[in-house]
Design a protein around this ligand. Structure first.
Ligand SMILES: NC(=O)c1ccc[n+]([C@@H]2O[C@H](COP(=O)([O-])OP(=O)(O)OC[C@H]3O[C@@H](n4cnc5c(N)ncnc54)[C@H](OP(=O)(O)O)[C@@H]3O)[C@@H](O)[C@H]2O)c1
Length: 269
């Protein structure tokens, strides 16, 4: 893997926190040139300060906005002249039962997690065809097993996987590699900023994070899989069990998933 990323231009959406930031931390010493974006100016500034590297290009962009995606990808091309790898990483989650949820919450999650990836990939595709590059979607175990209280999130990740599988087939003989990664629970900021039923950040998450995979471990697995041109990557023992259980015994998976996410018939957020 060591030389694979050397001099490659890697675009990572949402690099100012969590898994995206961990990917940048690993890729810079490997000699990759990074372009990343996020919405929060201060977090982007912190990222620049942390690396102060010629290998890092940072831009404020909201990937749910098509024009922002165009500016971000075009600026990356103006800055580096090519794109070798696009990692569609930026994402948000939600915590609300459908009965309580403003529909805007589900739309917002779809706009970021699904359409953000569609916009960036479509705009970067000519450059990726030229470089015979790699398109990655950071998806989730929730793309294989619908999760209660996270229905919009699951929908966005099911959509992402289906869309990536379709374009992988379209691009089969072009030299462009397409893959999707499905992390299990990973330590990051995603649960704290998950949208509640009104679309506000939920703040503190009740999930005990101590035993979760770290963002760094997750990023290591992702880079290994990219360098080996894997088709998919499903992470964590619990994640793998969930995918198989759901495939073989979907009704049992309904019962067990309910037990995991509800205590005394109340959703755990
Ligand atoms: N952590 C987990 O347990 C887990 C499990 C499975 C899958 N995943 C997936 O992994 C990916 C990364 O999540 P994470 O856990 O690292 O989350 P995180 O710690 O919350 O980081 C998310 C990153 O995306 C950026 N972002 C969010 N919305 C954006 C938007 N509209 N436009 C541009 N940037 C945006 C955030 O910056 P700003 O807020 O400043 O925009 C931040 O840099 C997501 O796709 C998530 O669904 C995570």
């Amino acid at each position: 893997m060591n030389s694979f990323f050397n001099n490659k231009v890697v675009v990572i959406t949402g690099g100012s926190d969590g898994i995206g930031k961990a990917l940048i931390e690993l890729l810079i010493p490997l000699g990759a040139n990074i372009s990343t974006c996020g919405r929060n100016t201060q977090k982007l500034q912190n990222l620049k300060d942390a690396f102060s590297s010629q290998q890092l290009f940072v831009m404020e962009a909201d990937i749910s906005n098509q024009n922002n995606c165009t500016q971000f990808i075009q600026s990356t091309l103006s800055h580096y002249g090519k794109i070798d790898i696009l990692i569609n990483n930026a994402g948000i989650s939600m915590r609300s039962l459908l009965i309580d949820c403003d529909l805007d919450v589900i739309k917002k999650v779809m706009d970021v997690n699904f359409f953000g990836a569609v916009y960036c990939t479509k705009i970067a595709l000519p450059a990726l065809l030229q470089s015979k590059g790699t398109i990655v979607g950071i998806s989730s175990i929730a793309a294989y097993r619908g999760l209660p209280g996270r229905s919009g999130y699951s929908a966005s990740k099911f959509a992402l996987n289906g869309w990536l599988e379709a374009i992988k087939t379209e691009l089969l003989h072009t030299g462009v590699h397409v893959m999707w990664v499905c992390p299990g629970f990973t330590k990051s900021n995603i649960r704290n900023v998950a949208l509640n039923e009104k679309g506000d950040a939920q703040g503190e998450s009740p999930l005990e994070e101590n035993n979760l995979m770290t963002s760094k471990e997750c990023a290591q697995h992702i880079l290994q899989a990219i360098s080996k041109k894997k088709r998919t990557l499903i992470l964590s023992a619990q994640g793998k069990q969930t995918v198989w259980l759901n495939k073989l015994f979907p009704s049992l998976a309904d019962t067990l998933t309910y037990k995991f996410f509800f205590k005394k018939n109340k959703l755990i957020k």
